[in-house]
Design a binder for this molecule. Sequence first.
Ligand code: G1P
Length: 318
Amino acid sequence: MRIRKAVIPAGGWGTRFLPATKAQPKEMLPIVDKPTIQFIVEEAVASGIEDIIIITSHTKKAIEDHFDRSIQLEMELERSRKRELLETVRSISDMANIYYIRQKEALGLGHAIACARTFIGKEPFAVLLGDDVVMGGEPALKQLIEIYQRTGYSVLGVQPVPMPEVNKYGIVAPEQPFRDRVCRVRDLVEKPAEKDAPSNVAIMGRYVLTPSIFQLLESQKPGAGGEIQLTDALHNLLSMEPIYACQFSGRRYDVGDKVGYLAASVEVALAHPEISAQALDYLARLALDKNQPLHKAIARLVKQRVDGKDAGSPNEGK
Ligand code: G1P
């Protein structure tokens, strides 16, 4: 069956980003010049999704305005002959069919997904979490959909994390070692303590789910953090049908975290057609200036690497 519909939960408070999120949705914070939720919607569309439902709350009107047409702005851009900007603005409202449901109480991710039951009906569907932005290569969701087409069962997007970070994620116990980036899931647990974690394979905000999840979500009791957890309902789904995990390729950023957000912004800036050269020049100058902390940090990292004490690639982390 084709995956045509996607759910994007966007009801949370964004407390990790206060005060920036006091009066605007965290999903509208721009990564350079594009709101984070637009990256998510673009990934869904590039993965073949046609209908998107965004689960919002009362503070999220700006998201609806962003994906709607703005006739006044279009007229102004037309009048001032800003053709390229006009195209950009128009294309946002033509991207996909986007619908909205309000989650009346913030009872957790599982509850947010359950709100989409009527909209989804009896089809398999995708879920994309707004805090996880994935860049580079084939869209992450598309990779999961390909596995769904082969298996016919739910697929979770995963990546390994350092063991001390397992308590920030849903963690998967693989049935057997990954083969071609895929494995069957034996068990899964939401935000375990490091000592209880069955592995370091973390769920990274991308899911393809069979509609059987809805009946489980409806009777799901609150779990970690007192919230109705999607991971707990998936744990129960395992006794009814198989679940697969797909270790998708791509660089994933937790843009709900300040450092993850900064890292995503640097990546986008360095690839941005208008500002990449200037951004690179700015960073290079900071790195060369002996009075700047960046210069000292680089010297420290170079020394650690020479001494064999540096782990290597940066950790965008949660
Ligand atoms: C949610 C999920 C968790 C997943 C994480 C990915 O947690 O509950 O299983 O690993 O997203 O970002 P949250 O970060 O919303 O607490």
